[in-house]
Design a protein around this ligand. Structure first.
Ligand code: SF4
Length: 328
């Protein structure tokens, strides 16, 4: 890794381990970690992402981003005695992949003293992702694994948030993730309807925030390494050839040649987003936020259940669903 100066530009003493190309600053390990934590605190206060009495659900997959977020939020939360954290992992049912991540997430929560809960697709939707693939559900619906997985994971987190009475959900989306999502929207012919990871409330919806939204992915990885956070390194077997994977590769190459492009893209896109009136309306079936009358997750539940010949949908109504506000 290129480090530029002979000493850290911040403390002027220690040997640098990282040169932040887009700012020209070289950091030693300690100053780098401190700068990331400071930037997360600043992001939270700049966008009013969290409140002093929030019950914060942190979505923890067991990867570097979510474990880094959990560690930083656990540190910040100590300064706010009225706030509390609960970590939630979703087991999608991908054999040989998710088990290690769940163990790493549980270990980290134990070390930080944070409550950890696991919710499974099997319990929430009646079948796991591998089963949906093996039974030909995805093929018959013309869906990629990541489409069903992404939509249901989002729904699972929302159900968990209601179950655990969280007032806000914190996700580990980084600068790269957010720009990728905007570009994917644009490539699908849609302009982003609302900024990702900023607190939006109303209609009984539990807001989602992304405290790492101004941290590039490579800096999250470096923070995790320097902090000795054990995280799952093997990628999901379904990740290759996803739309996101293509966009991720392109943007990473572009950023490496033209540093600062991701920040520029985020700023340009977000300054042009005009939040649509009524964008935050609850789905008529489950009450979760949706730009449609029936959200995509409920639509997929109904399609999958009719393909499998199950009546009454897939969701087992023993968590969350009965407590959803705003359902007519
Ligand atoms: Fe799910 Fe796709 Fe992520 Fe794998 S890569 S966990 S299938 S969204």
């Amino acid at each position: 890794m290129e480090t530029g100066s002979k000493v850290c530009d911040v403390c002027g003493e220690a040997q640098p381990v990282y040169r932040q190309v887009y700012s020209g600053v070289s950091f030693c390990a300690s100053c780098f970690k401190e700068s990331i934590e400071k930037r997360v605190r600043k992001t939270i206060s700049r966008y009013n992402l969290l409140r002093e009495d929030d019950r914060i659900l942190v979505a923890v997959s067991g990867g570097k981003d979510s474990l880094t977020l959990l560690k930083i939020l656990a540190r910040i939360e100590r300064d706010y005695p009225r706030a509390s954290l609960v970590a939630v992992s979703i087991d999608e049912g991908i054999p040989g992949y998710r088990d290690e991540a769940l163990r790493l997430a549980a270990d980290m929560c134990r070390r930080l003293g944070v409550e950890h809960r696991v919710y499974t697709f099997e319990d929430l939707f009646g079948l796991g992702l591998a089963e949906a693939m093996n039974r030909g559900v995805l093929g018959r619906l013309g869906l990629g694994a990541c489409t069903l997985c992404g939509v249901w994971r989002r729904k699972a987190i929302s159900l968990a948030a209601r179950d655990l009475k969280a007032t806000v959900v914190a996700t580990a989306h980084t600068l790269d993730d957010i720009v990728q999502t905007y570009i994917m929207d644009i490539l699908r012919g849609e302009f982003p309807k609302a900024p990702i990871g900023l607190r939006r409330e109303g209609n009984g919806i539990i807001p989602r925030v992304a405290p790492l939204r101004l941290i590039p992915e490579e800096e999250v990885v470096l923070y995790a390494y320097l902090s000795r956070i054990p995280f799952q390194e093997i990628p999901c077997p379904n990740a290759q050839n996803s739309q996101r994977d293509l966009v991720r590769t392109f943007l990473a190459q572009y950023e490496s040649r033209y540093p600062g492009s991701l920040f520029a893209a985020l700023k340009t896109i977000e300054s042009s987003i005009i939040p649509r009136e009524g964008a935050l309306t609850p789905c008529q079936l489950c009450g979760e936020p949706s730009s449609r009358t029936i959200c995509r997750a409920c639509e997929l539940e109904s399609q999958v259940s009719s393909l499998l010949g199950r009546e009454g949908g897939l969701v087992r109504a023993d968590i969350g669903v009965d407590d959803v506000e705003g359902v007519d």
